[in-house]
Design a protein around this ligand. Structure first.
Ligand SMILES: Cc1ncc(COP(=O)(O)O)c(C=O)c1O
Length: 477
């Protein structure tokens, strides 16, 4: 097997990771073997990898089976209309931004939004006003938008055209979306929700609500992240306030003209699975996760974050929590990246680590053996071999802006030594991991505080996106 590097590496990966706690939600195909309908999908999967052909339907102008499937999807999520996306939530976020806003519109957006949201802001030439994230001091992770800051910013900007939020964040935490919707409805402005990680929301009372039910105008969900659907598949839902024909246009614009029927059949199956088995399957999964949370919490140095932990630290505003997620926090003097690497060696694939927390995404297709393998591995984790100097997570104030993001992209830029950047305009986003919240976004002024923060993180070995050998790309003036 020479000269097929991707195929070879994929085979090795599959053979080594037998406890999948990462995306996709079908967990190595298990989601397609547990029901008759899933097995039917398995049977047609390869031969069904065709695109628009005679006798089927057209995703770009659905009149038959795709129309029917999208209507069933809309019924389940309570939307005015729902769409199959074959280019992930990434395309859904772009379609959402283009359908809801016009060039030059002013939007409130969470500071650590996904890059597809930020890219949409650049492409649509929007004016973003950033909402701060509230950081957990105990777990060094972003908990929610800072609701106080959100309400104040909304009050101060009477010309806002809409709000774009992530719900939930990567840690499964949700903000008080009902309040956001209420405040925005009072002003007649739109609420767009990046619910990429919450396609299963609303199916059980033990989970947060689906954003459309809470009154959001649009919501994007990655079916592949938590449901039995193939990677790259996602849903877009719209509420009553949206212009459907405009949304049809933009969804089509950001979708491949060769959508695979295998993708569409998997999205149709995921909806069917959720509707038919979802309540019971997710309730049972949450019970298992709760049990293992309690057991893992007995292991010294590790703590699985719970809804109560988050609520006790952020009492200002009600937050929700996706109880299918396991967020394993390591004590501050230990290196959390080591846990992810160690688990991988033990055959347990996590979704990601931020240096303090390892995030595991479970779904109804994780077996009891997966959880047991995880627990046994954690019990033997040699924490003390991975000591590090404790670092303090800093989140600064939002710097002032000289250029809109799209103007910064189109300006001439050059790499400049970090120490010489004070007063210059950043040509890039500077994001340390942890905490994953940008220090500077492109078009913003680089001030002394931002430079000190970057220097502090670099000297503590934190990975920073946007820094190239202690140089920053700045706009030439
Ligand atoms: C919050 C958020 N939004 C959007 C996306 C993009 O989703 P997709 O991979 O389905 O394009 C991701 C991907 O991880 C994400 O975390």
């Amino acid at each position: 097997m020479n000269n097929i590097p991707v195929l070879k590496a994929l085979k090795k990966y599959i053979d080594e990771r037998n406890a999948p706690f990462s995306m996709p939600g079908h967990k190595s195909g298990r989601g397609f073997t547990c029901t008759d309908e899933g097995r039917l999908f398995n049977e047609v999967m390869l031969k069904g990898d065709i695109t628009e052909v005679e006798g089927l339907d057209n995703l770009h102008n659905p009149q038959g089976i795709i129309k029917e499937a999208q209507e069933l999807l809309a019924k389940l999520y309570g939307s005015r209309a729902s769409y199959f996306l074959v280019n992930g939530s990434t395309s859904g976020n772009l379609a959402m931004i283009f359908s809801a806003f016009k060039e030059g519109d002013k939007v409130l957006v969470e500071r650590n939004c996904h890059r597809s949201i930020f890219n949409g802001i650049i492409m649509r030439k929007l004016q973003p006003i950033y909402i701060k994230n509230y950081m957990s001091k105990r777990y060094n992770a972003p908990i929610s938008i800072d609701m106080g800051h959100f309400l104040q910013t909304l009050e101060e900007n009477s010309d806002i055209n809409g709000v774009i939020l992530t719900y939930p964040n990567y840690y499964g935490i949700t903000c008080d979306l009902s309040l956001v919707v209420k405040k925005c409805k009072e002003r007649g402005i739109k609420v767009l929700v990046d619910c990429a990680h919450g396609a299963h929301f609303g199916i059980s009372p033990l989970l947060p609500d689906n954003p459309i039910k809470l009154g959001a105008d649009m919501a994007v969900m990655s079916a592949h992240k938590t449901l039995p659907s193939l990677t790259q598949t996602a849903y877009l839902h719209i509420g009553e306030t949206m212009d459907k024909s405009l949304t049809d246009f933009y969804v089509s614009m950001f979708s491949s003209t060769s959508p695979s029927y295998t993708f569409m059949a998997s999205m149709d199956y995921a909806r069917y699975y959720l509707e038919t088995y979802g309540r019971e399957a997710f309730d049972s999964l949450i019970k298992t996760v709760d049990d293992y949370r309690d057991r893992i919490n007995q292991i010294k140095g590790l703590h699985v974050i719970s809804q109560e932990d988050i609520k006790s630290e952020y009492a200002q505003s009600p937050v929700g929590f996706d109880r299918t997620r396991l967020i394993i926090n390591v004590d501050k003097e230990y290196n959390g990246y080591a846990l992810l690497d160690y688990l991988r060696l033990k055959g347990v694939q996590s979704e990601m680590s931020d240096g303090f927390n390892t995030v595991l995404i479970s779904s109804p297709f994780n077996s009891k053996e997966d959880f047991e393998r995880l627990f046994m591995a954690l019990k033997d984790f040699p924490m003390s071999d991975y000591k590090r100097k404790p670092i303090e997570i800093k989140v600064g104030t939002i710097p002032s802006r000289a250029l809109l993001p799209w103007q910064a992209v189109e300006s001439k830029s050059a790499l400049v030594d970090l120490k010489d950047c004070e007063g210059k305009i950043s040509g890039t986003n500077i994001v340390p991991y942890p905490p994953g919240v940008p220090i500077i976004m492109m078009g913003e002024f680089i001030d002394r505080d931002a430079i000190s923060m970057v220097q502090y993180y670099l000297s503590n070995g934190v990975t920073i996106l946007g820094i190239d050998e202690e140089k920053i790309r700045v706009i030439e003036q």
